[in-house]
Write a protein that binds this ligand. Sequence first.
Ligand code: PBG
Length: 326
Amino acid sequence: MPFPESRLRRLRRTPALRRAFAETRIDPAQLVLPVFVKDGVQGAQPIGSMPGVAQHDVASAVDLARQAVDVGVGGIILFGIPATKDAQGSGGWDPQGPVPRAARALREALGDDLVLWADVCQCEYTDHGHCGPLDARGQVVNDAAVEAYVRDALAYADAGVDVVAPSGMMDGQVAAIRAGLDAKGFEEVALVAYAAKYASAFYGPFREAAESTMQGGDRASHQMDPANRREAMLELAADADEGADVLMVKPALAYLDVIADAREVFDLPIAAYQVSGEYAMLHAAAERGWIDGPRAMREAVTSIRRAGADLVLTYAAIELATGAGA
Ligand code: PBG
């Protein structure tokens, strides 16, 4: 029926009507909050480029996680910053490192009410800031990095995480970690693969937060080229075949087409990571009074959900869960 019988505005007239007909919702249970734990800090140390985000000691990480659980946030993902770094990144698998120590304390404080993830990568642990040991040309050695990730994942599983999430974009990392976990009796630890992860400028503020700034070079030899859409399906299929339980696309806002493709092609849950730069640019514009920050944040995360992501990793998880800016 054409206009004037059809009037699409009818269902938009009041807030209650709009709520009733919203096709997409942000359920707090589908949000995952990234949490940075650092050796040797006291309390929470704010990160300049990410307003509202901090590096935490273990007690402060527990407080933050409790707050997240209380408002229904679906989980937290830990990133660790060690006291000392070396060329191999041996702090990554240290059972007394920041992630295992925090994981044990979180599990003790919050039990199974908390869905606890650990990011698995070496870039926070190497003194050169790359995602694994380097060859003579300064490129990450794939298979040696994968060996390190298996050791990392075992240390985090042993500390009680529910989920390990390898983010290094090395070939074969998912299969190796799955096999490593299963061989040690951790067959119930889930594996979320950062499957289509792009070499992105939007990771800038994270490198301040995680103190993983590279001493030269870039990540273009292992992370994906932003120009490529079909290739993402190859990466996702490889990780699905290798035994990933969940497939992730990262970043989110500039890759909504990839999220939509992933949703279309795969039946596994799809996660998307609204990364540090996505968060920081909305805050920066809001601070200047150029946009309504909370509304823009909600709109961005809604679009990520609408594109097809089941789960969204976002630094705004608590604000979104409590309805700020709704
Ligand atoms: C580790 C890792 C990065 C991010 C998540 N895991 C940084 C990178 O790949 O350089 C980025 C997260 C963000 O920007 O919020 N490899």
